[in-house]
Design a protein around this ligand. Structure first.
Ligand SMILES: C[S@@+](CC[C@H](N)C(=O)[O-])C[C@H]1O[C@@H](n2cnc3c(N)ncnc32)[C@H](O)[C@@H]1O
Length: 205
């Protein structure tokens, strides 16, 4: 389960972020070694942005999320006080136009299963629009394959999500890949991650 708590100084805090940041870093570090700019969709608390730019200081990381999360992201980024961390843009899919800028990579963790289908589908044209030619879309989270859960715990998690919001839920890999291919993104990797998560990587033609 994803839990967002508040630290004593009222900064939002995600324990999941602390637990998954190292395994994610191990996968994305080589992928982003030759990148300069990253656009993140659904930055949440901003903890990933802070940690990944600390570990990969060559990156300039543009955060984004729905406006409700901006205050918390600003707290994390301001406290980090680094100029390779950019304050959040408003991107609440399927609304809001993506930024005019282009990026070497788009990153999104644990966001697709929070979204309904319309929002999740829109993530792919947004990524294709902002990615430079040869840029990568990197997505982390739980996914189903051919309509099947990869674990009992993912099935329970999906039931919890749908009980909270019937439009949300774990997405099928095949559906996501169809949306990606439809906008010129080709799957280049599908990496097994701890606790039944995956990292999916698509490259823009
Ligand atoms: C479970 S949190 C994950 C946050 C962060 N990426 C992480 O891994 O800790 C899901 C994030 O997706 C964002 N999100 C949900 N629906 C969204 C939408 N329609 N458009 C953009 N972001 C959305 C939420 O605001 C939240 O920040």
């Amino acid at each position: 389960m994803q839990r967002k708590l508040n630290l004593p100084n009222d900064k939002p805090y995600s324990e999941a972020c602390e637990q998954n940041r190292e395994p994610i870093l191990n996968v994305i570090k080589p992928l982003l070694a030759h990148c300069t700019t990253v656009f993140e969709i659904g930055s949440g608390t901003g903890q990933h942005a802070v940690y990944f730019t600390e570990q990969m200081p060559h990156l300039v990381w543009q955060t984004s999320d729905c406006p409700a999360n901006h205050a918390g992201i600003r707290q994390w980024l301001t406290e980090a006080g680094r100029d390779n961390l950019l304050l959040p843009l408003s991107l609440c899919l399927p609304d809001n136009a993506p930024p005019d800028a282009t990026y070497d990579a788009v990153f999104s963790a644990n966001a697709l299963h929070i979204m309904g289908d319309a929002a999740a589908a829109q993530l792919f044209p947004v990524a294709a629009k902002v990615l430079k030619k040869g840029g990568v879309l990197v997505v982390y989270g739980p996914f189903n394959y051919q309509g099947h859960y990869t674990s009992d715990s993912n099935a329970l998690f999906d039931a919890y999500l749908k009980n909270r919001d019937p439009h949300s839920g774990i997405k099928n890999f095949e559906t996501l890949n169809g949306w990606a291919e439809g906008v010129g993104l080709a799957l280049v990797d599908d990496v097994e991650m701890p606790v039944n998560n995956r990292i999916l990587v698509w490259r823009r033609d």
